[in-house]
Design a protein around this ligand. Structure first.
Ligand code: AHG
Ligand code: MN
Ligand code: MN
Length: 331
């Protein structure tokens, strides 16, 4: 039986032509990125570059190459009005846009860059927003005030297989890059939902002394296992790459936590709202999970800076619910 192509699936989801053009372009860019990532060790593309990004993080060669590729490809799409990339300071304008273009694409071209050198899992995260304005020059506040109007979101994961998880509003579907056909095909049973219950958490334990009290209480109970009031044993995973951690939660449940911390520069955690937290929240919610930032749903956040960081808790609804209660009752 023939597998469904990404193009046919998007058509069946009733996405607009503008959104569809963007998704197919990103899929083609990321097909290129999968190749670049594969060849990176032979091309000398592992290790740090000499540049830092707007957040003061050292950029890897691959951060820059993948960013440039995505920006160049998306600039050719007439429905793209503007872009926000993790690697670029300002909103990127598209001078090739059509008169009524009103879509903004926000992306993290390479997520999990600390995994590059050890051949660990990395990915690309994207979000498509519908802007209220179709003016020539799109400002940061135009993009930020469209953040609740997400038309599509997804991530690519460059692991043993190259996968795409995507939603254009209702379901979340899983595609795999066919090496032979060089295109994304729907994986059988491709509609994905997140298990309501789980006994696995993902958090960077080395920051324990900086956690807020809600997180500290939650993890304390997980660690007590059968002997605590949760009355079940927990397992722990931390990939150091959000795409890998979130993907695991899609496959077998769990909770992913990057909290606010009592540490200079980490008051709002680490993950960025527009191109990490917001798209992942859309995917997680559309798969039946929950995504919160302290006691607020991530998708209701009103950020004031395009590179703003926000605390993130997402995954299996029963676990996120417990954390939500802790946030509501402890702060
Ligand atoms: P990026 O590589 O785009 O900067 O993002 C890395 C993020 C995220 O993928 C991951 O969950 C987190 O950083 C890991 O942070 P720690 O190194 O603090 O654990
Ligand atoms: Mn990232
Ligand atoms: Mn990145």
């Amino acid at each position: 039986l023939q597998k469904q192509t990404l193009k046919d699936w998007i058509k069946g989801q009733g996405a607009s032509k503008g959104v569809s053009d963007i998704l197919l372009t990103i899929a083609s860019s990321c097909t290129g990125i999968a190749k670049i990532v594969n060849d990176a060790p032979l091309d000398g593309l592992i290790g740090a570059s000499s540049q830092t990004n707007v957040q003061g993080e050292v950029q890897k060669d691959l951060d820059i190459i993948t960013n440039d590729l995505m920006v160049a490809d998306l600039l050719t799409v007439s429905s793209v009005s503007a872009m926000v990339s993790e690697e670029i300071d300002e909103v990127i304008q598209n001078s090739n846009k059509s008169e009524n273009a009103n879509l903004a694409v926000c992306f993290d071209p390479l997520d999990g860059s600390s995994n590059i050198d050890n051949n660990g899992i990395i990915g690309t995260i994207f979000s498509v927003l519908e802007l209220a304005s179709n003016s020539k020059n799109i400002t940061s506040s135009d993009v930020l005030s469209a953040s609740r109007n997400q038309k599509a979101a997804g991530y690519f994961i460059y692991g043993p297989a190259c996968l795409l998880m995507v939603s254009v509003g209702n379901k979340v579907a899983m595609f795999a890059l066919s090496e032979k056909q060089q295109q994304f095909l729907l994986v059988d049973g491709g509609d994905v939902s997140i298990a309501k219950q789980s006994n696995e958490f993902a958090i960077n334990m080395s920051y324990q002394r900086f956690w807020d009290s809600a997180i500290a209480k939650y993890i304390e109970q997980c660690l007590l296992g059968e002997q605590g009031k949760r009355k079940k044993n927990f397992n722990m995973r931390w990939a150091g790459s959000m795409v890998a951690d979130v993907h695991r939660i899609f496959m077998h449940g769990g909770v992913f936590i990057y909290p606010s911390m009592d540490k200079k520069g980490s008051e709002n955690g680490k993950l960025r709202f527009l191109y990490e937290a917001n798209p992942m929240a859309m995917l997680v919610e559309n798969a039946g999970g929950m995504a919160i930032s302290n006691s607020l749903p991530i998708r209701e956040i009103r950020a004031t800076n395009i590179h703003q960081r926000v605390p993130v808790v997402l995954g299996s609804s029963q676990e996120v619910e417990i954390l939500l209660n802790l946030y509501q009752n402890t702060q």
